[in-house]
Design a protein around this ligand. Sequence first.
Ligand code: KIV
Length: 278
Amino acid sequence: MARLRLSQIRSRYEAGQPIPMVTAYDAPLAQAAEEADIPLLLVGDSLGMVVLGYESTLQVTMEDMIRHTQATVRATETPFIVADMPFLSYQVSVSEAIANAGRLVQIGGAQAVKLEGGTAVCDRVSAIVQTGIPVMGHLGLTPQSVHQLGGYGMQARTEVEAEKLLEAAQQLEAAGAFAIVLESVPEEVGERVTKTLHIPTIGIGAGRKTSGQVLVTHDMLGFNPRPAKFVRRFADLRTPLVEALRAYNEAVTAGTFPAEAEVRHASFPNFNDAGTSQ
Ligand code: KIV
């Protein structure tokens, strides 16, 4: 089976078919997403918070992103895989941005990269695209700017901010982005940007009118005790996980694991209790 191509994502968009995307960071999660026929996987820098235990995405490095992109790519055959460019991997200069996008594709195996920001990153987007690497933009709540934004609240709440975001989206499109993530913006803003652009918008907390949706998998599977209000928990996997681990703990403590049927016995005779053959 072949990996989904950019042209197939484009066809889906042109046919008006909503585009599902989820985050994946490791082999088991990526395989589950592939089995569920999710066409787009994002190796997001949310990795820092949901897998590596950091407080924000700012600590995530290129090495982290490459390692987790490799795992996601190795474990799957069909989804189109987008790798996030971590903080400071594209902000410093255009040439560093090209080199780091290249590493995510060449060493990580990603099909595309994503970076945050509007007008300020358009030269990076266009340079990376000219290198032959598809770029996904990211506007609205851009977690790498958490300290400047003053938290993880909703963005583009006023007409002026919404207009600014729309302009930035148009600039990203002109710079060659193949799609744009819109995070935490009012539904009206998501709709306006989606109607204005000629590339897909992928919403996360951006309402119902975007071309596609993305969720952080750990949030939708119930691992985050305080997910954002817009997150739907499609499952609560944390509870059965804790229950299974508790049952194991109790079984080992009580001496009931392993049971007789779970023990492998030596097939040769004269094997003594000390484990040495006589
Ligand atoms: O890092 C991430 O998971 C993301 C999504 C929130 C879109 O950028």
